[in-house]
Design a protein around this ligand. Structure first.
Ligand code: AR6
Length: 179
């Protein structure tokens, strides 16, 4: 994976990286999940297959129930090199009239909050909602940035590094413009 930009906020370092999230060594990677953790496609399938995580995800849903849009659930990282997978449920894009922006913001912010509660130092995100869920990337990056800025402003004690892993190269300019 290749780091193309590093940005220093008040407390946190942001890295914009091109590549594959499953090879990132961070304390947690975030999965672009759905509310039943059925990892049928997209980055979720890749994370689940490589980490061997479907069974643990099914068990999670059985015990705790569905995860609402904007909320997160945590499993181990299975066979992946990180410690945890934070499964964030981003919104499906319906055109912008169904509070998609607020839900996307929540999915990112709640992932960061949970990572901080777990006392983790680093976390890596894919472009949540911007694939199968259809959220336009130029709008999505605004919510990613807002969530990161607000989290940084809360002066977190543990999280020091947030990585954005870009798989889809046509997203690069949007990330560079927003961050
Ligand atoms: N590393 C980083 N990013 C990746 C990788 C990878 N290895 N592979 C794909 N991406 P998506 P969503 C990017 O569709 O829109 C699943 O079925 C991809 O290019 O994975 O939130 C879930 O189970 C895109 O930019 O997530 C849900 O049902 C980004 O990851 C649904 O899809 C997100 O695309 C979630 O849809």
């Amino acid at each position: 994976n290749e780091t193309i930009k590093t940005i220093k906020l008040k407390n946190i370092i942001i890295k914009i990286i091109i590549g594959d999230i499953t090879i990132e060594k961070t304390d947690a990677i975030v999965n672009a999940a759905n509310s039943t953790l059925q990892h049928g496609g997209g980055v979720a399938k890749i994370i689940s297959d490589k980490g061997n995580l479907q069974k643990e995800s099914d068990q999670y849903i059985k015990e705790k129930g569905k995860i609402r849009t904007g909320e997160v659930g945590v499993t181990s990282a299975g066979d992946l090199p990180s410690k945890y997978v934070i499964h964030a449920v981003g919104p499906i894009w319906y055109g912008g009239s169904k509070d998609e922006a607020e839900y996307l913001y929540m999915a990112i912010f709640n992932s960061l909050k949970r990572a901080e509660e777990l006392q983790l130092n680093s976390i890596a995100f894919p472009a949540i909602s911007a694939g199968i869920f259809g959220y336009p990337i130029e709008k999505a990056v605004k919510q990613y940035k807002k969530a990161v800025d607000n989290f940084d402003n809360q002066n977190p004690e543990h999280i020091k590094e947030i990585k954005w892993i870009i798989y889809d190269k046509k997203f690069i300019d949007h990330f560079l413009k927003e961050f």
